[in-house]
Design a protein around this ligand. Structure first.
Ligand SMILES: Cc1cc2nc3c(=O)[nH]c(=O)nc-3n(C[C@H](O)[C@H](O)[C@H](O)COP(=O)(O)OP(=O)(O)OC[C@H]3O[C@@H](n4cnc5c(N)ncnc54)[C@H](O)[C@@H]3O)c2cc1C
Length: 325
């Protein structure tokens, strides 16, 4: 029997969709492994977030609203996670594959003597053997790596790789006891919020993406941004556009970029290569605007608009803005 633990990354109770994706995945894996599903929420605002997690199919949501978690860099967080994992027993710990999550996962794996799999997009279970599927070498290969001879496994899971599905009988809330006081050595003395963050693209309900067909950097601001703004969405890009330096790599969607799962994905001047498709195929509705009616994207888009993006996109933006007015 193996248990599964989802670590909830948040800031003062504000979280990301990936937290609920991990909670759902914890349940699905725990069922296959014959164990129980847990979530751990720490720090300021943990109580409210823990409440929202009880609506997901977990057995227990462990919570500690301890100010030390926010006052110090990671040490208290790792102490809580290690203590909880050891109390729960043999388990797989799921951590979001975000900048913060990767930091947490590596330290936790070292503490637990656990195997660590990064940027996981799928799991393969065989009895109690858990293997993680993840792109490696810049996406050139997809590897399946099993945790061997370790009581604990830690996996950083790519946002939007799994669906979030509320349900279950209602998880039990349990307060975690404070771990033995240790000298925490790194106190956070200042925090500066970045104007833009990776939150936009991965959480946006609408993504308007541009590719090589846009021919340069400027149309991303003059063409795509107004459409994205009109729809309350964010801008993404194909690798061809990122490689050309038209947009930063943080906007790249696909096998070696981000995975997005918006309600609406609009691909403008993107051919729909398989490496792009794997990063956006779970979008609710896929609309493609392309000069070429036979481009590969025509095979998996819900609606293909055949024509010149430079005529269609401004007309569409105007239509949306007019209808709003
Ligand atoms: C290991 C590996 C990893 C990769 N990872 C990724 C990844 O993460 N993400 C990714 O996107 N790609 C990735 N790629 C690259 C991928 O194979 C494609 O080369 C890339 O997605 C193509 O980008 P594109 O669709 O913008 O360009 P193109 O394939 O050149 O397509 C441009 C499209 O624009 C259309 N077009 C041209 N002008 C107009 C116009 N005026 N109006 C409307 N349509 C127009 C054309 O008809 C065409 O369909 C990877 C490749 C490899 C080998």
């Amino acid at each position: 029997m193996r248990h599964v633990i989802a670590f909830a990354e948040h800031r003062k109770g504000q979280t990301r969709k990936v937290t609920y994706e991990l909670a759902t995945q914890a349940h699905e894996l725990a069922q296959k492994l014959g164990g129980t599903a847990h979530a751990i929420v720490l720090g300021e605002g943990a109580g409210a977030l823990a409440e929202s997690l009880t609506k997901y199919p977990l057995d227990v949501v462990h919570v500690a609203e301890d100010p030390d978690v926010d006052a110090y860099l990671l040490d208290p967080t790792i102490d809580y996670l290690e203590g909880a994992a050891r109390a729960i027993g043999s388990s797989i710990v799921l951590v979001p594959n975000t900048m913060y999550g990767r930091d947490v996962a590596s330290r936790l794996a070292a503490r637990l003597g656990a195997g660590l799999n990064a940027d996981v997009t799928g799991f393969a279970i065989d009895g109690e053997r858990v293997a993680c599927i993840a792109p490696k070498l810049g996406g050139v290969t997809i590897t399946t790596c099993a945790f061997e001879d370790c009581e604990y496994g830690v996996a950083t899971v790519r946002p939007n790789a799994f669906a979030a599905q509320p349900g279950g009988a209602g998880a039990r809330l349990e307060t975690l006891a404070k771990p033995d006081a240790k000298p925490y050595r790194m106190r956070i003395v200042n925090e500066v919020e970045e104007a833009s963050s990776e939150l936009g693209l991965e959480e946006a309900p609408v993504v308007v993406s541009g590719g090589r067909g846009l021919g340069g950097a400027e149309p991303f601001t003059t063409l795509l941004k107004p459409l994205a703004d009109a729809l309350g969405g964010a801008i993404g890009a194909s690798r061809a556009a990122a490689d050309a330096g038209w947009v930063p790599y943080s906007l790249q969607i696909g096998q070696t970029g981000k995975t997005v799962s918006p309600k609406l994905y609009i691909a403008v001047g993107i051919s729909g290569a398989i490496q792009h498709k794997v990063g956006m195929r779970s979008a609710g509705t896929i609309v493609a605007i392309n000069k070429d009616g036979t481009a590969p994207i025509s095979e998996f888009s819900d609606l293909l608009v055949v024509g010149d993006a430079f005529q269609i996109v401004p007309a569409l933006t105007k239509l949306i803005n007019d209808s709003k007015a």
